[in-house]
Write a protein that binds this ligand. Structure first.
Ligand code: NDP
Ligand code: HSE
Length: 446
């Protein structure tokens, strides 16, 4: 159980990892020691920092650095553990050891939380410790605490966010300059936004981990990264951005977490059936008037739609050492105050246990660009593929270029599986020479 401390004691802090985030946490602990003490009612004392390379100069006394993170966590004078190593192991093992010893943990590790929140939350619950992870989603932006606490009396229906700064930087730069994906990725790498191996960002893995965490919190249901439908952004072309602009839209890499109806043939929620949860990460067109359309460069934003609150938007820096350390420090202060005053962090809530809907069942709108031979019946043949599957077309735009016509078709909402079937069927039509782009359209009602 959490033990209330006597005033005058100090709380011992172990920081695991001193990279981008850890270095800023250590700096803040040092530079703001007096203010933190006054906010918590007790001093935080750095007992040690675990790193891989203890010989690198980090501006810390050598006695504070160790490569033995396990021993640091186990020290009797460590009360609070900050895990900013990243990855699954040893982070998972170290966090478990800390929690099982009743030490509260603050982590920024989305990859770990996306798959192991249940296990870690149970360890925290069983040993009277706290597990905080505000920094795991969208860096400095407070979104985890609003979902767990502020909105705990409301019903969240949808969460849509731009939760990866690197992909947002690349897409914003493509829209601004007219350049292609490869060129803007190289720019992002040169400027330090994208890693040398950019796959975690551009393939949507990072966003999928964050989406899983957001969906779990929003819908009180355990969602893992494997439950998230994921499509990367590397197929987005400069032409897609141009067409989007012509339609008054822009392209963003979105994480969409939503409630969907019970499956086909199953009773509706009103008739005792269970609604489901769908989570997806993919590039999509959104209208320029949508609040997420103005989120540019490496910024992140999350829009939450709740029954009573309506639409809320959270915006800010989703990555970087100092912004992420801000969220870590906020959690550390909360965990420390709980140690001082005897409170507990709100535990995991997965009581709803909603089933995960397959992506095929999700209702989306599609925006397709295709080239057809300019002859009688070509448009009718295209339209009939939509009509015969019961999909309603919202707009069609045609542009003639010699003997070809470029068609841009935007559908109303329909099941994803049906829209995918139509895209495949169009490729088979004699009059269609190529389907050059299939994108989803989000942020519109129909
Ligand atoms: P870095 O790669 O910059 O730092 C990792 C640190 O962990 C390094 O100091 C490294 O030591 C240390 N480390 C690695 N393995 C071990 C080990 N086995 N034992 C002890 N120390 C080890 O990562 P970041 O600071 O960028 O990220 C940390 C966490 O924060 C990750 O979970 C990440 O997803 C999350 N996060 C990061 C954000 C960001 O903008 N960077 C944003 C939001 C979340 P050494 O220095 O010796 O190599
Ligand atoms: N690579 C991530 C991003 C930062 O580009 O947003 C860590 O979450």
């Amino acid at each position: 159980m959490a033990v209330a401390r006597k005033r005058g004691d100090a709380l011992g802090v172990a920081v695991l990892g001193m990279g981008n985030v850890g270095a800023e946490v250590v700096r803040t602990l040092h530079e703001h020691a007096e203010e933190l003490n006054r906010r918590i009612g007790m001093a935080l004392e750095l007992r040690g920092v675990a790193v891989r390379d203890p010989h690198r100069n980090r501006g810390l006394p050598e006695r504070l650095l160790t490569t033995d993170a396990e021993a640091l966590v186990a020290r009797s004078d460590v009360d609070l553990v900050v895990e900013v190593i990243g990855g699954i192991d040893p982070a998972r093992r170290l966090i478990r050891s800390a929690l099982e010893a009743g030490k509260s943990v603050v982590t920024a590790n989305k990859a770990l939380l996306a798959d192991y929140t249940g296990e870690l939350a149970a360890a925290a619950e069983n040993h009277g410790a706290d597990l905080y992870f505000e920094a795991a989603v969208a860096g400095a932006i407070p979104i985890v605490r609003p979902l767990i606490q502020s909105l705990s009396g409301d019903r969240v229906n949808r969460v849509v966010g731009i939760v990866n700064g690197t992909t947002n930087f690349i897409l914003s730069a493509m829209a601004d300059t007219g350049a292609g994906y490869a060129e803007m990725l190289a720019d992002a790498q040169r400027l330090g936004y994208a890693e040398a191996d950019p796959s975690a960002d551009v393939d949507g893995l990072d966003a999928a981990a964050k989406a899983a965490i957001l969906a779990s919190l929003a819908f009180h249901t355990r969602v893992t990264a494997g439950d998230v439908h994921r499509e990367g952004m590397s197929r987005i072309t400069a032409a897609d951005l141009r067409t989007a602009a012509e339609l008054g839209c822009t392209v963003k890499m979105l994480a969409v977490c939503e409630r969907v109806d019970a499956g086909p043939g199953e009773p509706t929620p009103e008739a005792g059936g269970k609604e489901r949860v769908a989570v997806r990460v993919h590039p999509a067109l959104i209208p320029r008037a949508h609040p997420l359309a103005g989120v540019d460069a490496a910024f992140n934003a999350v829009v939450v739609e709740a029954e009573n609150a309506g639409r809320l938007m959270f915006y800010g820096q989703g990555a970087g050492g100092a912004p992420t350390a801000s969220a870590v420090m906020g959690d550390l202060v909360m965990a420390a105050r709980n140690k001082v005053f005897g409170g507990r962090a709100p535990g995991e809530s997965s009581y709803a246990e909603l089933p995960i809907a397959p992506f095929d069942d999700v209702l989306t709108r599609h925006h397709l660009t295709l080239n057809v031979t300019d002859r009688a019946g070509a448009l009718a043949a295209v339209a009939s593929e939509f009509a015969r599957r019961g999909v309603s077309i919202a707009t069609v735009r045609q542009r003639l270029t010699g003997t070809l016509a470029q068609l841009t078709v935007v559908t109303h909402r329909a099941r994803e599986s049906v829209l995918a079937e139509i895209a495949a069927a169009l490729c088979e039509l004699d009059s269609v020479t190529s389907v050059t782009s299939v994108l989803r359209l989000e942020g519109t009602e129909e």
